[in-house]
Design a protein around this ligand. Sequence first.
Ligand code: AP5
Length: 213
Amino acid sequence: MKNVILFGPPGAGKGTQAERILKERDMFHMSTGDAFREAVSKGTETGRLAKEYMNRGELVPDEVVVKIVEEKIAGIDGAKGVLFDGFPRTVGQAEALDPVVDKLGRSLDSVINIKVGDEEVIGRLEGRRMCRNCNRIFHASWNPPKQKGVCDDCGGEIYQRDDDKREVIMQRLETYNGQTKPVLEYYGKKGILKEVNGVAKPDEVAKEILAIL
Ligand code: AP5
């Protein structure tokens, strides 16, 4: 049972790689972004709060994020690994995760940093489209759904995220550089940080990640 963190700037391909890893490994996908989007679509209190931060390209407060993660992973079969995606993204969240995994008898095996530059990220996010039902990720130019507006997998509606507008993307990058990047040093000191080149075909990036796992 491996517990792994997929790390990287917005648009690095964390969700795209998680889809591929989960086809090869029986792991629980803990995406905080997906969890918040689900809460937003259900109209819960957490969703209402998270939406304000997400639409500004800012981070949801640590205590809200940690609580949602703790609740979601507490009930997972101990034999099943957890694939963290988009969490932790502050040093405070990383510090809060340590006792949570300890309490569950788990340990963190690797933090995989998917390296991609800012210009690439902007092009990816402006063109990103997602399925409202199953969260499958597409790109309007280089990976569009076969039928316009319809998900290839589940027939769900394809949409563009509110935070994939240029001004919000720029803010998300700033947030990443200021608040999230320091997490790399935290895990570097623990000796579990690995890096992969994210500017390659998604299947090639996946191969590199699976070799690490
Ligand atoms: P979240 O949903 O986690 O967004 P993010 O980290 O900004 O990451 P993205 O989902 O934008 O990108 P990704 O790396 O998954 O890339 P993807 O695979 O989609 O978080 C959203 C918001 O929620 C945050 O801004 C914050 O407000 C809040 N939040 C979430 N977690 C939080 C936390 N822990 N703490 C506080 N707040 C939190 O790919 C992008 C595009 O590129 C796609 O179109 C894809 O097809 C394409 N692509 C992917 N890989 C490749 C490739 N190799 N080559 C070419 N194109 C590619």
